[in-house]
Write a protein that binds this ligand. Structure first.
Ligand SMILES: CC(=O)SCCNC(=O)CCNC(=O)[C@H](O)C(C)(C)COP(=O)(O)OP(=O)(O)OC[C@H]1O[C@@H](n2cnc3c(N)ncnc32)[C@H](O)[C@@H]1OP(=O)(O)O
Ligand SMILES: O=C([O-])CC(=O)C(=O)O
Length: 387
């Protein structure tokens, strides 16, 4: 008998923060989401300014190093990134061997895990330099792996990365064997910048939890991919497009949204845990969505966007999040819908890696508490007597 007869459970007095809402669990120098002013800064720079004035490569450098690069620093960073773009035959063969129905998020999760197996030095308990080098490798190789899976599952041959193309151009090249117009490449680059980093969101927090146990960067990234996949987080950009295709006609969008709200449906691409009066990144992405629509001469999705947004804001005061404009943006760029969240992975690898390095530099095991609400003091009935 292990029951302490004097044990009396504590009366309920703990204020449980379900979903960790409002809980500040650490400090960070990487980014700040400011819901009061609907703003977002990466290392002190407003994300809108970075999107308009910098390349994704410059922003990746900023997130990793804390400073924007000089011209020479950027050239050296780009050269290293280009040098890491190739992946092994084993990874390509594994991607080819996956079942046809494999979701691309599962494929990239598997490929990153394999990358970890191939790194015999690993990066757990390693120096900051090793962590940085592996972060750069992940940044360079993840697009190659996503694009390879994109082509392989269509029965096409893999297109190797080109070292003379920018990060965004190279991704289009590896997927489509073609680089679109400058305006489309810029819109894609902007989407990567906007997706790159967002403080302690669910997937980034996941990577920090894994890192806090002194695990390695591949394990943390695999876990981040798993957390991003869900439709309440990154997976929403795919759901937005499935929803728009289901609505089909911009003229039906208003009624569709009214019906959805009456039925108390969760509408993908709307709402946010931190922003309550609009996502800081949406105005920039909305502008580029319009640019893409004009280039493609296709206004249907933008019109649908406006109608859905209008009803949701009027009726519920809930605003679109970044996944709302990126869904139709990636669709018009020609990507298969289930590749939208892997594109988010390509961008967020920068933010994840910056947080993994920050966590590693000043680590303490992340281990919160829970309030136990199960049964107390039960006696074990022998197996043969249990009913
Ligand atoms: C890049 C990103 O990861 S951004 C997020 C992407 N995710 C989505 O777009 C999925 C749809 N949105 C949601 O599910 C939520 O807004 C979340 C998960 C993003 C935030 O969730 P929370 O902070 O927990 O807000 P919560 O779910 O409690 O919503 C508060 C209220 O707004 C409503 N609400 C929030 N989002 C939505 C939505 N998208 N559609 C309809 N109602 C919504 C809730 O029903 C709830 O109403 P109630 O108080 O009457 O019950
Ligand atoms: O911050 C969040 O909770 C989700 C989000 O917008 C992101 O990760 O970009």
């Amino acid at each position: 008998m292990h029951i302490n007869p004097d044990y009396i459970p504590e009366p309920e007095k703990v204020n449980v923060k379900k979903g960790l809402e409002g809980v500040v669990i650490d400090t960070t120098k990487i980014s700040k989401v400011n819901p009061e002013s609907n703003s977002l800064i990466y290392r002190g720079y407003p994300v809108q300014d970075l999107a308009e004035n910098c390349s994704f490569e410059e922003v990746a450098f900023l997130l990793f190093h804390g400073e924007l690069p000089t011209y020479e620093q950027l050239q050296s960073f780009i050269k290293k990134e280009h040098g890491y773009r190739d992946v092994s035959k084993t990874i390509l063969n594994t991607l080819k061997a996956l079942p046809k129905e494999t979701h691309p998020m599962d494929a990239i999760r598997t490929a990153v895990s394999l990358l970890g197996c191939e790194d015999i030095t690993k990066s757990a308990n390693s120096s900051a330099d090793i962590f940085y080098d592996r972060a750069l490798q992940l940044l360079a190789k993840i697009p190659t792996m996503v694009a390879a899976h994109y082509r392989l599952r269509q029965g096409k041959t893999v297109i190797p990365p080109r070292k003379d193309l920018s990060f965004a151009e190279n991704f289009f090249h590896m997927c489509f064997n073609k680089i679109p117009s400058e305006k489309i490449v810029k819109a894609f680059d902007v989407s990567l910048i906007l997706y790159a980093e967002h403080s302690f969101n669910a997937s980034t927090f996941t990577t920090r939890v894994v890192t806090s146990t002194q695990s390695d960067i591949y394990s943390a990234t695999v876990a981040g991919i798993g957390a991003l996949k869900g439709s309440l987080h990154g997976g929403a950009n795919e759901q937005v497009m499935y929803m728009m295709i289901e609505i089909d006609d911009a003229n039906k969008a208003e009624q569709w949204m009214k019906d959805a709200l009456v039925q108390k449906k969760k509408v993908m691409g709307f709402g946010h845990r931190v922003y309550k009066s609009g996502d800081s990144r949406v105005p920039t992405m909305k502008k580029y969505l319009q640019i893409i629509s004009d280039v493609k001469n296709e206004q249907k999705w933008v019109q649908m966007y406006h109608s859905l947004e209008k009803v949701m804001v009027e009726k519920k005061n809930i605003y679109p999040n970044l996944d709302f404009p990126t869904g139709p943006a990636y669709y018009m760029m020609g990507f298969d819908i289930d590749f939208f969240t892997p594109i988010f992975v390509i961008a967020r690898t920068t933010g994840w890696s910056a947080h993994i390095m920050e966590q590693n530099e000043n680590n303490r095991l992340i281990r919160p508490l829970s309030e136990y609400i199960g049964a107390f003091q039960r006696e074990i009935i022998p197996l043969k007597n249990r009913k």
